[in-house]
Ligand binder design. Sequence first.
Ligand code: SAH
Length: 342
Amino acid sequence: MKQDMKSMTRPELEQALTALGEPRFRAGQIFGWLYRGVTDFSQMTNLPNSLREKLDGQFTITVPTVVRRQESKKDGTIKYLWRLTDGNCVETVLMRYHYGNTVCISSEVGCPMGCAFCASTIGGLVRRLKPSEMLDEVLFTQLDSGQKISHIVLMGIGEPLDNYDTVLRFLQLVNDPEGLNIGMRHISLSTCGLVERINELAQQKLQLTLSVSLHAPTDQIRSRIMPVNRRYPIAELLQACRNYFAVTGRRISFEYAMIDGVNDSEEMALLLAKRLRGIAAHVNLIPLNRVEESPLRPSSRAAVAKFQAILEEQGIPTTVRRTLGGDIDASCGQLRRNYQNS
Ligand code: SAH
């Protein structure tokens, strides 16, 4: 079994080369090539031929290829559909914000969580990504677009905490100062609310931002649109959030997709404020993106504005997420679905 080289940390690579009887500086050279996007060991031209062959016998390099690339004329958002080494496809979105270039990356091929409003979960989970494949999403987006990436959000296809060990390793990889050097404070991880995993993640004491997809203030409504709520009801989830803040000192960001007639009434806003009272929270309202296969519709602009006003009145800091890439298939899972159906 060959080893997947880009899933290895720099110290692990150094160890592997030492084990091959190579001097330490070779690891640095190889690491440099990997982050320039080489697809093959033969491209590592400053290594002796014999070493290139030896490496080829023991390691593999993952290579994603662009299947589709859509660029928004309005705001420069670019959406990539990548084909992975085994033929599966995942999406990555590059967004330009005033504070820097942000990539939204996928953590799984498909998703097992079954949220009613989400395109990514329609065909279920195909498989989890490898650390190298998540790293490639950032690396190859940067290489292809020529834009330096400064921020990462784990909000693409998949549930990051369902691929927990891989995600932790990925975080370690992008954090390496000699690699992509992206700081934890520039990373957000979004979860539908896997409580045990949130508790485990808290113990890592990372400085990343935890985003929790809440989307409803009552168990009745949340269970209807998010099956995960039947396993981890809101009270347990919010307790994990309190604990997360107590351990890490990091404020939680709650995502709330505004769905017409489902979770967007004034009563819901008041209930939400009540449930979040005492939690160091920030609410991010997301006007629902229409998914063809789903009857759910976005709330009106007026309903979103009213909802925000009520939360603010109740002392909960609330923002409305700006929609980027409205002219391309830029919401979660849509490009992959459209490609599969074409
Ligand atoms: N599985 C993780 C991360 C991926 S989804 C999670 O559930 O958080 C990233 C965010 O987009 C989540 O808040 C998710 O609920 C939301 N989302 C999914 N489909 C959406 C849609 N059609 N419109 C608006 N937000 C959506």
